[in-house]
Design a protein around this ligand. Structure first.
Ligand code: GDP
Length: 208
């Protein structure tokens, strides 16, 4: 197993490939995929941009905007891998039509995608777990989707609250998944935990 450095992968060439809003358009290739999902405004775009230190994902203050799957290729490891930026869910003012579109697109992708190796489920630390997050965790469990929880915007909490909230989420999750989850705490604006997430992705690639 060769030792690979985070900067070779994440600071290397990144290319936007596709924006997909219909399950019939899911691309067919052999590259492994890692997806990022979470509630609207969870800080997903900021985290993806921090991972690659480039503005590839569109950040916004308008929740519920991205309704497509965006595919990015990172070239720095072997013949490359794909990061998939999934549309946010749980936007209170979403129309029924938007919710149905999200379900058709995202749940189809999660349940059926053979290339998908891991989903990072982003939870805003201060907001903790909400029912729409619990629903997606149940969906992961039903469809045996390999996932990991990433806390975002950890900088909004003081140290004591960070520890308390992490323990609370760990406790709830361990009841849902019957084992101790490995949660990574991050802050895109504070540049915290980004290297932990990069290392997690590298570990995953090495084990493929
Ligand atoms: P997305 O909708 O999930 O892609 O979220 P964005 O990345 O667009 O971020 C949503 C809002 O949260 C924006 O106002 C960001 O500036 C803010 N935000 C994102 N990451 C962080 C973070 O690590 N800390 C703090 N305090 N705010 C953040």
């Amino acid at each position: 197993m060769s030792k690979i450095e985070a900067k070779e992968i994440f600071n290397g060439k990144v290319e936007f490939l596709y924006s997909i809003n219909n399950p019939e358009q899911f691309p067919s290739y052999h590259f492994p995929e890692i997806a990022f999902i979470g509630a609207s405004n969870v800080g997903k775009s900021s985290l993806i941009n921090s991972l690659v230190q480039k503005k590839i994902a569109i950040t916004s203050n308008t929740p519920g905007r991205t309704k497509q799957l965006n595919f990015f290729k990172l070239f720095g490891y072997k013949d490359g891998f794909i990061m998939v930026d999934m549309p946010g869910y749980g936007f209170a003012r979403d129309s029924k039509k938007n919710i149905a579109h999200w379900q058709n697109l995202s749940l189809n992708y999660l349940a059926n995608r053979k290339n998908l190796k891991k989903v990072f489920l982003l939870i805003e630390a201060q907001k903790q777990l909400k029912d729409h997050d619990r629903d997606i965790i149940k969906f992961f469990n039903i469809y045996s989707v390999d996932y990991q929880i990433i806390l975002t915007k950890i900088d909004k909490l003081n140290r004591a609250d960070q520890i308390q909230i992490l323990e609370k989420i760990e406790k709830e999750l361990s009841m849902l998944i019957h084992k101790k989850p490995k949660i990574i705490a991050t802050s895109a604006s504070g540049k915290y935990g980004i290297d932990d997430l990069q290392n997690e992705i590298i570990k995953l690639l090495l084990n493929l």
